[in-house]
Write a protein of this length. Structure first.
Length: 367
């Protein structure tokens, strides 16, 4: 097989972004436009300004590139054919898996169905040479001892004996979390295999962990999202995730996640099967819930009551219970191979909260 140059630049023609109106997708569109790309933003309803107006407004912000809307549905075969035709690359950030289905088996099967439709449109395009897939750290993480540092070589199904054998494909139909993780991991493997067999494009994956950072639009606030948990804490509500509110937050800025997708599209180092964890740059990007609460209190002293996890002690600054020290992971490979530069944690947290004030989803920033 002759050698191919799969790396993409604005000179190669338009690119398509699925899930373009979402939290990560919106930032991907903006980042690519800033670099001069013509972006085809794939959305479910192009006539819903509540979901798409912020994308079209980017055309008026002095960007080097342009964006246009294309309507497509993950569950309709051929739905992406028009959007992908003539595109040099596709960034696939769209997903419904895990949010709109009830049973674990539906979560698992749905992930394969929606991604199969996207890949078939990629193959029919005849022009796409780089496919960047938004996977998840769930495809990497699996039960390990506290302090274990995950890398891109890990897969969620590696430790089948964990939890008395529950963390295995045989348990997909019984456990929603396992179904979601296995769906992400096995879909990744399927996409790499399809790209290898086709030979006309390469597939690379981004695996984000706890994504926070500023919202571009108010519809980017979703109740299951990490940024929404921060909003709730700013409203004085306890953090409901983790174990009784206790969790190790391993944070990455949504703008870094967006940039990493573009860099995957452009890299001459990564190739088919390359995957990149997007997490903290180092231990400075990790903090427990009570530490996040303390950081928010220091950044916003005018806010009387900021929620978090149960505390104790005379001054209320001691966690009531210890927190499981996981997951540990860092975006070292993305920094090394993609040249990714990342925001510091304090800036990310501040920009997250400030954006909630800016879009009117929190009260008066002056308290």
């Amino acid at each position: 097989m002759p050698a191919h140059n799969y790396a993409v630049s604005p000179a190669d023609g338009p690119i398509a972004v699925t899930g373009a109106s979402g939290y990560i997708g919106s930032w991907i569109v903006q980042d690519c436009m800033e670099q001069g790309y013509e972006v085809r933003a794939c959305v479910r309803d192009a006539n819903n300004p509540a979901k798409t107006a912020h994308l079209l407004e980017l055309n008026n912000d002095g960007m080097r590139g342009q964006v246009s809307l294309y309507e497509a549905d993950l569950f309709k075969p051929g739905s992406y054919d028009e959007a992908f035709s003539g595109c040099a690359a596709v960034i696939h950030a769209g997903a419904t898996v895990g949010f709109n289905r009830e049973t674990p088996q539906e979560v698992y099967d749905g992930c394969f169905k929606e991604n199969a439709h996207v890949i078939e449109s990629v193959k029919r395009s005849g022009s796409v040479k780089r496919f960047v897939f938004t996977s998840s750290f769930a495809a990497v993480g699996h039960p390990r001892p506290e302090g274990y540092v995950f890398t891109e070589k890990d897969w969620c199904g590696d430790n089948v004996e964990a939890y008395k054998g529950r963390w295995s494909e045989e348990q997909i139909a019984k456990d929603r979390d396992i179904a979601y993780a296995m769906a992400k991991a096995n879909t990744e493997k399927l996409i790499y295999a399809e790209a290898e067999a086709t030979g006309s494009f390469e597939a690379l994956a981004i695996l984000p962990l706890h994504v926070i950072g500023p919202l571009i639009a108010s519809n980017n606030d979703q109740p299951w999202s990490w940024q929404n948990h921060i909003r709730r804490m700013m409203q004085g509500k306890p953090y409901k995730g983790g174990r009784e509110g206790r969790m190790l937050w391993n944070c990455v800025d949504v703008r870094d996640v967006a940039r990493a997708h573009r860099l995957c599209m452009e890299t001459t180092v990564g190739s088919n099967g390359s995957r990149y964890i997007l997490a903290a740059a180092d231990r400075g990007g990790e903090l427990f819930t009570w530490q996040l609460q303390a950081l928010l209190e220091s950044l916003y002293p005018m806010v009387d009551d900021i929620g978090g996890e149960p505390m104790q002690g005379e001054t209320g600054d001691v966690p009531a219970k210890p927190t499981y020290d996981a997951p540990r992971a860092y975006c070292l490979l993305a920094k090394q191979e993609l040249g990714l530069e990342t925001f510091d944690l304090e800036t990310t947290v501040r920009d997250t909260v400030d954006s909630y004030y800016a879009v009117g989803l929190l009260g008066d920033a002056t308290g």
